[in-house]
Design a binder for this molecule. Structure first.
Ligand SMILES: O=P(O)(O)OC[C@H]1O[C@](O)(CO)[C@@H](O)[C@@H]1O
Ligand SMILES: [Mn+2]
Length: 390
């Protein structure tokens, strides 16, 4: 109880600092990333020209203060042993999973039915199934909890039946490039060679299930031979996946009463045991840095990503970090916004929740603003935005 009181008082202090636009202060508790964070704060400070020279909550870049807020929430917890491994968002993440049960069962059933005949599917049918599962993973990204301020944001209807209806809301659709890349590699790779797809995960709960279904399909269709996942080391943007969420979800699925779903769980656990699915942690994902800084700030992570044949970046926050969260013109090419970040061919799979979008056709953004003024922030629109081999 003493520890809880302490954490709550630290969180109240944080809320007060935020609401009254206090200066951003350094982190105090020693943790793996504390020094890098504090260096970054100093760098932000050097950019401020006002009289007292301190970055403040209301006047600093949103990406930076938003990341800082989640890092400070974590600091309040690690300063309060013995509850220092408490995940303040655990309950809402689990609730999202349970409330999406029907939809999850529908997806598990779809996958298991598909796997029965996957060996006999012709190229075209395989491609159609690939596109379906990509779109399911895209719309799965609607269900994050930070957009709904932590309120329930589960998937209640069977998403597979809605894919055609949602298609007009895909603003950039590079799915064909993903197919060409993976199917050409499948045809040309020699026996025993690897095709590796890396997925930089976003939200746990329903979205993570859609990512697992896609990852299972990639292996079962032989479009990939290995899938590597990247999660967050600390609770992040409410619903982001940690190793605990990753393992918890597979356990839940495995112990489901539904035979198709539990089969999924058994297979997924086996993939992990066999090293065909690999989970990676890295503190870089919970730093405020944009991805073009990765090769300098986290060269080991950059080198790991370079081993992939394709990297899928899930979600809105990853898109903001890919593009540096700048006020780009809507028509600027995606590659230009990536600013040199190119560990391997990559694709952002993201529903739009923040006011940034690049790579649109001339006039497309203006047209959307006229017909649907909040198009950038509601999660109603989505993109598959690809940046191919250099
Ligand atoms: O889970 P996602 O798709 O990264 O969405 C998180 C997004 O939600 C917000 O926290 C609130 O809109 C954004 O700052 C952030 O980009
Ligand atoms: Mn998220």
């Amino acid at each position: 109880m003493e520890a809880e009181k302490k954490a709550i008082s630290l969180l109240s202090k944080l809320r007060n600092e935020l609401q009254t636009d206090k200066p951003i202060i350094p982190l105090v508790e020693k943790f793996a990333d504390t020094d890098i964070w504090n260096q970054y704060l100093e760098h932000q400070q050097s950019l401020v020209s006002e009289s007292d020279g301190k970055p403040r909550w209301f006047y600093s870049p949103w990406l930076f203060v938003e990341c800082y807020m989640y890092r400070r929430i974590h600091e309040a917890v690690i300063q309060s042993p013995p509850i220092d491994d408490f995940d303040v968002f655990k309950e809402s993440k689990e609730q999202n999973f349970f409330e999406s049960q029907e939809s999850i069962i529908a997806l598990g059933t779809h996958l298991q039915e598909l796997l029965k005949t996957i060996e006999d599917l012709d190229e075209n049918n395989l491609k159609n199934e690939f596109f379906k599962l990509l779109q399911i993973s895209l719309w799965g990204n609607k269900c994050d909890l930070s957009l709904s301020s932590g309120n329930t944001s589960s998937q209640k209807t069977n998403i597979i039946n809605s894919l055609e209806q949602f298609k007009p809301f895909i603003l950039v659709n590079d799915m064909e490039h993903l197919w060409s890349l993976l199917s050409n590699r499948k045809k040309t790779r020699g026996k025993g060679t690897v095709s590796r797809v890396d997925i930089v995960l976003d939200n746990s709960g329903f979205e993570l299930v859609t990512d697992f279904i896609l990852a299972d399909f990639l292996l079962s269709s032989k479009l990939a031979t290995e899938v590597h996942f990247y999660g967050k080391t600390i609770p992040w943007f409410v619903s982001d996946t940690t190793i605990h969420d990753f393992n918890w979800l597979i356990e839940q699925v495995k112990h489901s009463n539904h035979k198709h779903l539990s089969k999924c769980g058994v297979d997924w656990e086996n993939y992990i045991k066999m090293g065909r699915w690999v989970y990676h942690d890295h503190i870089f994902w919970t730093l405020p840095h944009e991805f073009c800084a990765m090769s300098q700030v986290a060269p080991d992570l950059y080198a790991e990503l370079q081993k992939a044949h394709l990297i899928l970046f899930k979600g809105d926050l990853n898109y903001r970090k890919l593009t540096g969260d700048r006020k780009w013109e809507f028509t600027i090419p995606f590659r230009q916004a990536l600013n040199g970040f190119h560990p391997a061919p990559l694709c952002s799979i993201r529903t739009l929740k923040a006011e940034i979008q690049v790579g649109l056709q001339p006039g497309q953004g203006e047209q959307l603003t006229a017909s649907d003024p909040s198009w950038l922030t509601t999660g109603k629109y989505g993109v598959f935005q690809f940046d191919g081999p250099l």
